[in-house]
Design a protein around this ligand. Structure first.
Ligand SMILES: Nc1ncnc2c1ncn2[C@@H]1O[C@H](COP(=O)(O)OP(=O)(O)OP(=O)(O)O)[C@@H](O)[C@H]1O
Ligand SMILES: [Mg+2]
Length: 262
């Protein structure tokens, strides 16, 4: 059965999408069958994989609102060996359209049930809010959430609110919701601030920090404009090495051996 992880942090621009696409790409590189679900109306994960959001015929929106089967909307990238359930501009309406619906927070969880056996990993990229889309992402996170935290002043700002939301989801909707790990992004080892921030986050999540830290890297920021994850765009860059390490750590934690040839 596949593992489902949701990338979440309601703070904008902390590296959720960058982590989602690059972790997805490295898990695929290491031989896993991977589905990335774009749950953000900005459709950054979709466009970062070279899919123009205005050309998307259907995807997350149809799955959530019309409760259509996701299968027909999944796009497969044969070179990267990643599958994508894309976001379209219509997804912007979903937050409001879901409000009157029954079992509205569980829509995505239901929608991916039939897919779980077809993939080893399903990663879900959330928007920067704690609205109904993100709640759907949390309830769908059967194996936990991955929280990217940017190495910056006030990095933990908003984390209390996120933790409260996770706690609320546990008490009302999904008691087993767990934090799979916290990943530090845009780390600049030359600054004292970065070290201080990491220590502060570690105090907050003592047993949940990934060892891999993602450096600030121009290559990581450039890759999406070429529609490529870092494994294809600049596999020798330090950003690539960091995401490769993160993927190895996830696989190791999940008890999955990486085939020796890679
Ligand atoms: N490690 C990094 N080094 C340099 N730039 C990065 C890094 N990670 C992300 N970025 C850049 O920072 C910006 C925000 O990153 P990203 O889109 O991944 O964040 P996000 O949390 O998904 O944002 P949003 O909340 O808007 O969805 C992007 O322009 C991205 O290219
Ligand atoms: Mg994003």
């Amino acid at each position: 059965m596949g593992r489902v992880y949701t990338l979440v942090n309601q703070k904008g621009g902390v590296g959720k999408t960058t982590t989602a696409i690059n972790l997805a790409a490295y898990l695929a590189y290491f031989g896993q069958r991977v589905l990335l679900i774009d749950l953000d109306p900005q459709a950054n994960a979709t466009s970062s994989l070279g899919v123009e959001k205005t050309s998307v015929k259907g995807g997350t929106y149809e799955t959530l609102i019309n409760q259509a089967a996701a299968g027909p909307y999944i796009l497969h990238n044969p070179r990267l060996k990643i599958s994508l359930l894309p976001a379209s501009t219509a997804l912007a309406g979903a937050e409001v359209e879901l409000v009157p619906e029954l079992a509205r927070e569980g829509r995505l969880r239901e929608a991916i049930k039939p897919l779980i056996d077809r993939y080893d990993y399903i990663l879900i990229d959330c928007p920067p809010s704690l609205g109904l889309l993100t709640l759907n992402g949390l309830v769908a996170a059967r194996h936990g959430v991955i929280i990217p935290v940017q190495c910056e002043y006030l990095a933990l700002e908003g984390i209390g609110q996120l933790t409260n939301t996770i706690q609320r989801v546990r008490s009302v909707l999904f008691p087993e919701l767990s934090v799979r790990g916290v990943v530090m992004t845009m780390y600049d080892g030359r600054t004292r601030l970065a070290g201080d921030v990491v220590n502060e986050v570690r105090r907050h999540f003592p047993n949940q920090m990934f060892k891999a830290m993602i450096p600030r890297s121009i290559r990581l920021a450039e890759a999406p404009s070429y529609g490529q994850p870092i494994v294809a765009y600049a596999p020798e860059s330090n950003g690539a090495h960091a995401y490769s390490s993160l993927a190895r750590e996830v696989l190791e934690g999940d008890g999955i051996r990486i085939p020796v040839e890679v």
